[in-house]
Design a protein around this ligand. Structure first.
Ligand code: SF4
Length: 91
C-alpha cells in the first residue's frame, strides 16, 4: 500500500478535507461541517516546503501536487496553515 498527498484543490469530485464539530447531548445534537479547500496561496508555504518541484503553481494560479514527486515528503502536510493537504493510503 502506498501513500499519496492530495490537496482539496485537486479533488473536483469530492471534498477531502472536511472538519466536523459536534455539540450538545443526545437527543439534541448539532453537527456542523466546514470544508477546508486549498486556497491557492500566493507565496505558498507548501511550495516552499516541497522539494524537487513536487508542488507548483500553474500560470492560472492553481496549486498542483505531483503525487509521484511528493511521495514521502510529509513536511509539506504541516507546511499548509489551513490543513488543506492530506495523506491517504492507496492500494
Ligand atoms: S499552503 Fe495550503 S492552502 Fe496554500 S496553496 Fe498550499 S495547500 Fe493550498
Amino acid at each position: 500500500m502506498a501513500r499519496i498527498l492530495s490537496a482539496t484543490a485537486l479533488s473536483r469530485t469530492k471534498m477531502d478535507n472536511i472538519h466536523g464539530k459536534e455539540r450538545g447531548q443526545y437527543p439534541f445534537i448539532d453537527v456542523a461541517y466546514l470544508a477546508v479547500p486549498c486556497l491557492h496561496c500566493d507565496n505558498a508555504p507548501c511550495i516552499r516546503a516541497a522539494k524537487d518541484g513536487a508542488i507548483y503553481k500553474r500560470p492560472d494560479g492553481i496549486v498542483i501536487i505531483d503525487p509521484v514527486k511528493a511521495k514521502g515528503q510529509k513536511k509539506v502536510i504541516n507546511a499548509c496553515p489551513y490543513s488543506a493537504i492530506s495523506s491517504k493510503k492507496i492500494r
